[in-house]
Design a protein around this ligand. Structure first.
Ligand SMILES: OC[C@H]1O[C@H](O[C@H]2O[C@H](CO)[C@@H](O)[C@H](O)[C@H]2O)[C@H](O)[C@@H](O)[C@@H]1O
Length: 477
């Protein structure tokens, strides 16, 4: 019996038992259910469970917000419930859901990038650390970097790139794997497909612009360029879905007695071919187009407006669980422009939510019970995970949530307005500054300060207004 056993049993009962669970997965902070009959879930009782911070229903998916311990809780839950994480039904269920094309696309992107987040965050931390030791002139009176003066740090810098490269340049492997996982198809085939997009046999994507001759497969009647898709998102997404749909289609027509041989064979080879002949070049063009639009939008005269809007709505987007789609754009920006001006706003929004909680800690300093939730929630926000803060505190009172959104919008305007770029996605909280390009660190620090100070002051002011007083009354405080 673990410390999660009781809560897991209660959750199982209140979602309607194992028979009512079609699929259960988890992301960084929440359990995500596809329920056979959503009406059988007793939402009120689920929300009363100690470990549960809140619930949310998004496009037919019932999400239960647990917080940072969700992975351990999930293991206990699935062991008790006797259900696994992915299932063939998942794709069918998703298709049944009543979503328009845009909602489906965003939902797909969120599902693909959620399992990649731990690797992306480690990668961001590593690149951030390399940034500090390799770019900041902190030695010999500010004239040299640590790497320049010390063989040890030069070795560390070079070694860490092994991991950084594996995460960011070999990302297509993660994407095609995540798609096969999401679609309930054969995961190893997804991995193999991804490797064929970044294989060392190909000309590295980063070498393409300066290359005199592009190697090609010569089929006699036609040649196909042997180009790698390092760090490219869209080619991998397109190829991953082609493979998954081919496999799902073939499973229906190939007799099960020979399906183990013929399904992978007839799914993988055409998928790799189509990936290199059609999808790769098209996907690369679409990816460049998307990143150019976002980058131009943020660097245009109206950049501040986009920034204000993004900064304001990012936290509500996190509530829906669809925010992970921004990773696709960040990664595309990184491959196109060597950095992203979108991700710094994400870190700022997370910091702003944490700061609103800090204000609530100060305001409710005598409330010991609330402090058990609010203190860890604020720390978690400052380290990039906001659900415990939003569902545990800010959304319950509402006004701190609003104060954080305003602070986030202002900080985003400063960040984007000053041209801040991050080298990569990083830890989306205070350590996020390590991922910011060195010459932008100072101004980013200013926007961080705004994301801290404005929500704190605004939350305190709003607490004294009708909005704040009503919130306290509503919560019986
Ligand atoms: O849903 C979990 C969290 O997802 C986002 O944060 C995570 O992804 C960020 C990159 O998009 C990364 O910077 C951060 O460190 C990760 O925790 C979101 O920004 C958070 O608000 C959310 O809690």
């Amino acid at each position: 019996m673990s410390k999660y056993t009781d809560a897991a049993k209660q959750l199982l009962e209140h979602v309607g038992g194992s028979e009512n669970i079609s699929v259960v997965t988890h992301c960084a902070t929440r359990m995500r259910f596809v329920l056979n009959d959503p009406k059988k879930a007793d939402i009120k009782k689920v929300e009363e469970i100690d470990i549960v911070k809140g619930t949310f229903t998004q496009a037919g998916q019932f999400q239960v917000i647990v917080g940072n311990e969700v992975a351990s809780f999930y293991n206990e839950f699935t062991a008790i419930a006797g259900v696994g994480d992915t299932s063939k039904d998942e794709a069918k269920q998703a298709a049944k859901q009543n979503m328009n094309i845009l909602q489906r696309l965003i939902g797909h992107l969120a599902d693909i990038f959620t399992p990649l987040i731990p690797a992306l965050v480690v990668g961001g931390l590593i690149l951030g650390f390399r940034n500090v030791i390799g770019e900041i002139n902190m030695m010999n009176g500010g004239t040299q970097t640590l790497v320049e003066v010390s063989q040890f740090w030069a070795g560390v810098h070079s070694f860490l790139w092994l991991i950084g490269e594996a995460i960011f340049h070999f990302l297509p492997v993660g994407i095609t794997w995540a798609i096969s996982r999401k679609m309930g198809t054969t995961q190893i085939l997804g991995i193999v497909l991804g490797i064929t997009l970044v294989s060392p046999q190909l000309l590295n994507a980063y070498g393409v612009p300066g290359s005199d001759a592009i190697p090609a497969w010569d089929f006699g009647f036609a040649q196909v360029d042997m180009i790698g898709y390092q760090a490219q998102v869209i080619p991998a997404i397109l190829a991953g879905f082609v493979l998954a749909y081919l496999e799902l289609g073939l499973r229906k027509v190939i007799p099960s007695v020979v399906s183990m041989i013929f399904v992978p064979f007839f799914a993988l080879i055409p998928a790799v071919l189509v990936a290199h002949v059609v999808l790769g070049p098209i996907g690369w063009t679409i990816g460049s187009w998307i990143s150019n639009v976002v980058y131009s939008g943020l660097t245009s005269a109206f950049g501040w407006l986009f920034a204000a809007l993004f900064g304001f709505v990012y936290a509500p987007l996190v509530i829906t669980g669809l925010h992970h789609m921004t990773n696709a754009i960040d990664l595309q920006l990184m491959s196109e422009f060597g950095g992203t001006n979108l991700w710094p706003m994400i870190a700022l929004s997370n910091i702003a939510q944490g700061s609103a909680v800090v204000a609530m800690i100060i305001l409710n300093r005598r409330d010991e019970k609330e402090k058990q939730v609010s203190v860890p929630a604020a720390i978690s926000c400052y380290l990039g995970v906001t659900e415990p803060a939003m569902f545990g505190i800010n959304l319950r009172y509402v006004f701190p949530f609003l104060a954080a959104m305003v602070g986030s919008a202002l900080a985003a305007i400063i960040s984007v307005g000053s041209g801040v770029m991050a080298n990569s996605i990083g830890v989306g909280g205070i350590p996020g500054i390590l991922s910011i390009q060195v010459h932008h660190m100072l101004v980013f620090a200013v926007s961080m300060l705004v994301a801290i100070v404005v929500p704190i002051i605004l939350t305190m002011v709003l607490a004294k207004t009708k909005m704040g007083i009503n919130a306290y009354k509503r919560l019986g405080k």
